[in-house]
Design a binder for this molecule. Structure first.
Ligand code: PMP
Length: 359
């Protein structure tokens, strides 16, 4: 059965488990997200394809966990005191998570971001009270890169921290302590493989480390990589870092270096898959049409990778991945015919799903 045919097969009747305990505010609402079994893709592959629905965090993305993790760590180490300022360089989701946490904890929030990011994310950050500085998207080696600008801004300001999501390992630690153990619990320890893409490396390394520890190394951990990222070839070549070139339509993922959050965990990876944008876009529309899931592109890329890994490992396995965020942040791009055409991706949307590209 093709992926398209599997998606058109009839769904099972609805079943939903509710949890009813109250939690404390924004911070209490972070984590404990559902693990969604993608029924049609599971049937197609003969595996259980399960996806952690991180878009259901109160700030809408997987980065709520990292944002809370880095702020908590700075508070615990006495680096951030009441009335302080949190500064970060971020493509968006970390900033959105931080802006929420800062409102909930009473901090000023200052965000530097590359000016290639979607207008929805910039607007949202400002609505959440953050000061946003969109800056030219230059390479990490350039002193004007958004990360260095954030670091420099915080350096001279009293009671201010640069949260440094790429190299501050409190990020991966948050996933090691929460996302990983949650997946372990939700699969009752029967998770054969975990695969996801990487921006900072926090999710992959944090979840990966937790699952490998809990399973005594039995859970395989794989990286999924978009075009323009060097990590898949780094893993497949046994550690050769090539020059970064080209790009992808997926925001928030892809990397040109080994961040501290990825760190030595990169050596424990069992493999890496390169996923082209064409497959990501096709999956994005399929997941909307038949699962009712309105997702950002990195989530769709992760699902493509989970399906390909299931096909590699063979039937009977449980493969877990991450639904990083929803499409709301990118809809003016991902659901615009004009934008898809400009990216050469209009033919990647299956004919019967073109009706969803309404913008
Ligand atoms: N997907 C999206 C949409 C993101 O914003 C990010 C973080 N930049 C990721 C995936 C990757 O997460 P991580 O930083 O933990 O590698």
């Amino acid at each position: 059965m093709s992926i398209s045919a599997a998606f058109r097969a009839r769904a099972k009747p609805l079943a939903r488990a509710f949890t009813s305990r109250a939690v404390d505010g924004f911070v209490g609402g972070v984590g404990n997200t559902p693990l969604i079994r993608l029924e049609k893709l599971s049937r197609l592959t003969g595996c259980d394809i399960v996806a952690k629905s991180e878009l259901q965090n109160p700030g809408g993305s997987v980065k709520d966990r990292a944002a809370l993790g880095v702020v908590r760590d700075a508070e615990q180490r006495g680096l951030l005191k009441p009335g302080g300022t949190v500064v970060e360089g971020t493509a968006g989701n970390t900033g959105i998570g931080l802006a929420h946490v800062c409102r909930a904890r009473g901090y000023r929030c200052v965000i530097f971001m590359p000016n290639t990011q979607s207008q929805e994310k910039i607007d949202l950050l400002r609505m959440l009270g953050a000061e946003v500085y969109p800056v030219p998207a230059v390479a990490y080696e350039d002193p004007k890169n958004y990360n260095h600008l954030a670091r420099d801004f915080a350096k001279d300001l009293p009671n201010a921290i640069w949260t440094d999501q790429f190299d501050n390992t409190a990020n991966a630690e948050a996933h090691y302590r929460s996302t990983g153990p949650e997946i372990w619990e939700q699969t009752q320890g029967k998770v054969d493989a975990f695969i996801c893409a990487t921006g900072t490396g926090g999710t992959l390394a944090g979840v990966g480390r937790a699952l490998k520890e809990k399973s005594d190394g039995r859970t395989q951990v794989w990286l999924a990589d978009p075009p323009g990222s060097v990590l898949a070839s780094y893993v497949s070549s046994g550690g050769k870092l090539k020059e970064r070139s080209g790009g992808s339509i997926t925001e928030g993922i892809g990397q040109g270096r080994i961040t501290n959050n990825l760190g030595t965990f990169v050596k424990q990876l069992d493999g890496a898959l390169h996923i082209p944008d064409q497959k990501t876009i096709a999956m994005l529309y399929e997941l909307l049409d038949t699962e009712g899931l309105y997702l950002g592109a990195s989530s769709a890329l992760n699902v493509v990778a989970a399906v390909e890994l299931a096909q590699k490992l063979g039937p009977g396995k449980t493969i877990a991945t991450i639904l990083c965020d929803g499409a709301y942040r990118y809809q003016s791009r991902l659901f615009s015919k004009k934008w898809l055409k400009a990216k050469g991706l209009e033919d990647s949307v299956p004919e019967h799903l073109q009706k969803y590209a309404v913008l």
